[in-house]
Ligand binder design. Sequence first.
Ligand SMILES: *Cc1c(COP(=O)(O)O)cnc(C)c1O
Length: 397
Amino acid sequence: MTDSSDQPDFDTLAVRAGRMQSDFQEHAEALFLTSSFTYKSAAEAARKFANQEPGFLYSRFTNPTVTMFQQRLAALEGAQDCIATATGMAAIAATVFGLLKQGDHMVSSRSVFGTVVPLFDQIAARLGIETTWVDGSDLDAWRAAMRPNTRLLFCEMPSNPLNEYVDVDAVAAIAHERDALLAVDNCLLTPALFRPLAHGADLVIHSATKYLDGQGRVLAGAVCGATSLIEPIYMYVRTAGSSLSPFNAWVCLKGMETLRLRMEAQSGKTLELARRLEQKWLKTGVLRRVWYGGLESHPQHALAKRLAPMQGAVLAFELSGGQEAAWRVIDACKMISITANLGDTKTTITHPATTTHARLSAAERAAAGISDGLVRVAVGLESVDDIERDLARTLGR
Ligand SMILES: *Cc1c(COP(=O)(O)O)cnc(C)c1O
């Protein structure tokens, strides 16, 4: 990604943006493990608490390591500002509760991270914030769901695990016609492959737990956007206490330095694996379908390619033999980790119908396309040959 301005390129920002040095002039970003900060006098403390003087007060408000993380992520997303949160869910909750009030309405794509559904339908609803769920790929559905009190549109793309894409430019236009905001959960593509703000979105949400850390070590989240929007979200976070820990910020700050390298490598491996699965196992009838935005067979392949140069590292395939065949493939894996997490350098495998999507009813799962034979693979950095060999142990039988 190159900018015509003086703004450094993505690769440069990834390792240098947001860097702050203490008086020791350390080279690497320091981890400030301190809950509070001291003042030279009572008067200095009073000035800082009154916001008359910049500085750090208490790590629930902000902390230098967390600030470095926020500034680096804002730079990568091309955002004016960023607020970090303890987890990705905390980022989504802070967006809703920092910006909306009782009587407001949201429209959300149905294909979102599972925990978003109870957050919107139970907790937000209890506080008088109602959500209408739509098929994210259907622009008429977004339009039809708009009401005079609609304040926020929310989507994730591509969706996990079926790789459904949302035409972000078009949905942003629908939001802005009615003075509503569009928030995009950019967890799966990351700013290395897609920058929602450049496509009209107002806010970008991250579960930094996934690719920003990139190595499955910590939980973290963030919201990026204009300062006027981030300010009320920050007020919520520092008051409700869903702030990011300095240690987790430091881990993600270092993770982001290799973000583009990992995303490109992992996306490349995912495409290669998706192609091999399709070529070898569709015609034998073992697989019914392979779901990956980078495949020409994906119904939204053209949109996926228009929005992002590569399609990320999550694919899914459906086995003709249903749950029994899906579990057999998973249980035969000797290398791939059986876990519901994704965004790791180690490849992971999961059976969505009985794990990530188990809380949905059978009818809801069917509507969402989560069949019993569906298996999700989040591809890491191992060789494609080794990943394929592990997956294929029972496919030939
Ligand atoms: C994991 C995930 C979340 C939630 O993030 P946590 O850090 O687990 O709270 C939100 N959105 C997407 C797309 C995710 O994959």
